[in-house]
Design a protein around this ligand. Structure first.
Ligand SMILES: Cc1cc2nc3c(=O)[nH]c(=O)nc-3n(C[C@H](O)[C@H](O)[C@H](O)COP(=O)(O)OP(=O)(O)OC[C@H]3O[C@@H](n4cnc5c(N)ncnc54)[C@H](O)[C@@H]3O)c2cc1C
Length: 324
């Protein structure tokens, strides 16, 4: 049986990036986001190749200082001026905004309708080089080393009407296309990372000895491994089933929320067990478990918090729309 140090030597080292802490591909930053289906086809034709190849990147501007879970708290305005719209406001927490070539921005076009929660928000595809578009500040958050989450200021940014994303007033439905894809992608990333953390724990448990036997022989360790395996398998089954539902065109609002909440919380539990099984070594970042643990904690907030997912699930359930 390999000595524990051999396992660590094998796993540690800059040549082996073990944890992917950026969710790629993301419908918010990389590649052809489903949101772009709502773009005028001729405009999309002009930008498709650059985005698809990765030469150009995106950001998704929905959240604001007073509008996170409650998107109708948004204050950014878009006012029509001839063939153009003039955008004014501040977006916050916008991933990749310091680097993005284009931004998908959502703004109030009918504040009264928005106040009644009856539409009133419209999406726009904005070239970030447009005068008035600035990213004055980056917010460093836990688990995002280097920080790519910015504050975006829109100061009279002019956007031609042909760069509108979908119909006037239907912006939140357009945004949900991106959010739903984001929730599935995030869940899949969490599944992969959880599987990795469990594999590390299994490998370590076989070689680390205490009281004369590998720790894998202790029932307390076996319980953590088994609980993690159940979690990983449950998340995998949920994600596969939900992806099949979406592909076959079934309404899946509740299911996507269940997948997002379960998978992100599952990753936290599995990371925690993996760290525990590694003992003190789990608390160092030599094995990148500590980084993975922080990443797991972060995932419970963007793209709708765990509470907001549960709110959606319960509402769908009470309305008879959660086909289980
Ligand atoms: C790393 C990171 C990246 C992000 N990237 C983007 C991005 O690219 N684009 C973008 O538009 N946004 C982005 N966001 C914003 C993210 O979507 C919001 O942070 C999230 O929706 C929560 O909003 P909030 O931070 O304003 O919290 P709040 O909405 O203020 O919530 C605070 C707390 O209250 C709870 N809460 C709120 N309402 C209810 C309710 N009705 N019932 C029960 N509990 C409730 C929440 O669950 C939370 O615990 C990002 C955020 C982070 C942290």
């Amino acid at each position: 049986m390999a000595h524990v140090q051999e396992v660590l030597n094998h796993r540690v080292g800059p040549a082996q990036p073990l944890v992917q802490t950026v969710v790629l591909p993301s419908p918010f930053t990389n590649g052809l986001s489903p949101v772009l289906r709502h773009l005028n086809p001729e405009v999309l034709d002009r930008h498709r190749d650059g985005i698809a190849s990765g030469d150009k990147t995106l950001c998704f501007g929905l959240s604001e200082p007073d509008a996170g879970s409650d998107v109708f708290g948004m204050k950014t305005r878009a006012v029509r001026d001839g063939d153009e719209w003039v955008l004014t406001g501040t977006k916050q927490w916008i991933t990749n905004s310091p680097y993005a070539d284009y931004a998908m921005v959502f703004a109030l076009t009918d504040p009264e309708a928005a106040a009644r929660h009856k539409g009133g928000v419209t999406g726009f595809f904005v070239d970030t080089r447009t005068p008035g578009f600035t990213v004055p500040r980056v917010i460093n958050t836990m688990g995002h080393l280097g920080g790519d989450t910015g504050v975006v200021v829109l100061d009279g940014v002019r956007v031609r009407d042909e760069y509108r994303l979908g119909e006037v007033g239907r912006g939140l439905a357009v945004a949900m296309d991106g959010v739903n894809a984001g929730r599935m992608g995030m869940a899949a990333s969490c599944l992969g990372l959880a599987r990795w953390a469990l594999d590390q724990a299994v490998e370590y448990a076989k070689v680390r000895k205490t009281f004369g036997v590998p720790i894998a022989d202790h029932q307390a360790i076996q319980l953590m491994l088994a609980d993690s395996a159940m979690d990983v398998y449950a998340a995998k089954a949920m994600i596969q089933n939900c992806a099949w539902r979406l592909d076959s065109g079934q309404a899946s609002t509740a299911q996507v929320s269940m997948v997002k909440a379960f998978s992100t919380e599952m990753l936290g539990r599995v990371m925690d067990c993996s760290i525990q099984i590694h003992g003190g070594m789990g608390l160092t970042n030599e094995l990148r478990l500590e980084e993975g643990y922080r990443f797991a904690r972060v995932m419970r907030i963007p793209d709708g918090t765990g509470e907001i997912q549960r709110r959606t699930i319960a509402r769908q359930l009470l309305a008879g729309h959660a086909d289980l």
